[in-house]
Design a binder for this molecule. Sequence first.
Ligand SMILES: Cc1cc2nc3c(=O)[nH]c(=O)nc-3n(C[C@H](O)[C@H](O)[C@H](O)COP(=O)(O)O)c2cc1C
Length: 133
Amino acid sequence: MIFYLLYYGVESYPLSATDLEELLIQAREKNLSLDITGSLLYCEGTFIQLLEGPEDHVRSVFRSIEKDQRLLACKLIANDYIQQRYFSGWSMHYEEVAAKTIKEMETYPIAEVSSYLKQSPAVKLLKLLNRNK
Ligand SMILES: Cc1cc2nc3c(=O)[nH]c(=O)nc-3n(C[C@H](O)[C@H](O)[C@H](O)COP(=O)(O)O)c2cc1C
């Protein structure tokens, strides 16, 4: 059984492109050694991350993340067991999303695409997190 954990965190100071690159190199190296895969979304100072792998390893990495000085606050959204990994090919997939892009995606001229995106949990979550911006 694969264990997954989803959380969001807010950066404690504005992270530069180099800071993010270093963070990702460090995370990918450790994840590879711990059989952890997942995805990290970054949207204007907020991270949403999915970690998947052996439960003890995922929980231990999350404990490190909770103590990480680069994050102000860290909130667990969900954790459970899954049959298969969503990001099996990724020691940590990374994507930066602008709040503007989320708005653009929702007004995409193909109805199926825009209505799908409006219902997407990731988009809903990112919108919720950015509602005060
Ligand atoms: C947003 C964010 C995401 C992170 N993701 C990971 C990750 O996927 N895997 C990982 O090993 N460390 C990740 N880290 C780094 C950890 O917080 C920690 O610095 C690293 O695991 C080394 O911890 P240790 O010194 O306790 O071994 C992340 C840090 C931040 C701020």
